[in-house]
Design a protein around this ligand. Sequence first.
Ligand code: NAD
Length: 482
Amino acid sequence: MNRTITVAKGDGIGPEVTDAVLRILDAAECGLTYENIEVGEKVYLSGNSSGIPAGSWSSLRRNPVFLKGPITTPQGSGYKSLNVTIRKTLGLYANVRPCRSYHPFVRTQHPGMDVVVVRENEEDLYAGIEHRQTTDVYQCLKVLSLPGTEKIIRYAFEYARSNGRKKVTCLVKDNIMKLTDGMFADTFRRLGKEYPGLQQEIQIIDIGTARVATRPDRYDVIVTLNLYGDIISDVTAELTGSVGMAGSANIGDRISMFEAIHGSAPDIAGKGIANPSAMLNAACMMLVHLGLSDKAEAIQNAWLCALEDGLHPSDVFQEGVSKKRMGTSEFADAVVARLGKNPQQLKSVEMKGGAAPAYRYVRPQVKRELCGVDVFVCDPVSTPDELADRLLKASRGMLKLKLITNRGVKVWPQGFPETFCTDHWRCRFVGPDAVIGMEKATYMPIGHRQIHQLLHLLTEAHIDTVKTENLYLFDGVRGFSL
Ligand code: NAD
């Protein structure tokens, strides 16, 4: 069966490693036809701030997969990350990065390491919603959705099951971000019940990262949020020996993108010495995704044979272990020459699964009630008590002032004089009938009109409001942090 895929060779070493990989795919008779598109530096410098010409989207939408070489992002602001644009535009929700040691042929401190990081790819702090709100304060919104979370966690469990993995570890910071990371952890616990054959654990990201860095052999599949996954997958890739070895997949429902984890390596571009292995591993993940697992296994095993034979590109070359320092093209020839062979020492590869499971989000039926509002105020001069006085006078009992915080720390009522305050205050108002106790508050439903009237009164009193955040109860449960 002939399949057409979209290919962008990229910048720097991109064309060298991509050409080497395409030659191996052709030699293995994968039956692929390539539709080339231009992305990256040239496109950016022609004045297109996203790095991809409008016409190339139709190729990406027409074909099921995109094999992308590394690109150079020009220095300076104004250039948007091409990867983030493609991931979010095409709904590539799962970033999958297998990181395996090739001991004793590639130097690593962790010979038994074989970890797959499944990173959420569209949400979290990468939503790109940032604001400077006052002279002092900047914010970046961390946005997590229930469907996005269900999708990535289910993908991780399915990936583990279909690839014969034993354990899935969820990394979060739910001790601090109880609503967002808490929802991620709860979803992991809930969906995990459908996968009783898999060991499951939840770890806090900080100690989890430290343990991944020191004892990666304890981990199998890791599922985590976008930013944590970005960091931890670089840690795991680095631990295996070289960035020149690891590939990654960006999986969507309809379209998926495959690429090396490294960049365009301008320092070695044009020298013919780049290691094409990362791009080759990405291409093998692509073949599995296309249902060509037998081809992927054949290529992977031939590649492992070349490593075992001591034929090593420069970045993994070691005196005493390696037999020959290989150029990019020469290394591709060595892989082609070994097609059909299996490695003797390194574990030969069985590549299964990979296709995204069908997913349908069923929105839970929940009663949502408005019960208050956080009004964010810019005030560079008042003390907390002075600001509270102004707010109490201005609001005229329309809604009840419950508390004021500064950078999330309560400063009224009963604040501490030691707390450092900026010009950015969060002032929480709840319904006039709410019962506010020291430990427990009982919130009462309010209407949007009361919030509008409150804002009107604050404006009349020259209080500078920079934004509001409504407070909701969901089936009576607080949907906001205390
Ligand atoms: P890089 O990954 O390009 O290079 C880091 C180091 O690793 C360099 O010393 C390089 O020579 C080496 N290296 C990388 N790939 C190699 C390979 N296949 N074989 C041998 N050695 C290899 O990172 P960088 O220098 O920080 O970034 C260079 C450019 O790449 C920047 O413009 C950056 O924005 C871009 N970048 C693109 C992607 C992508 O397209 N997905 C990812 C990362 C960086």
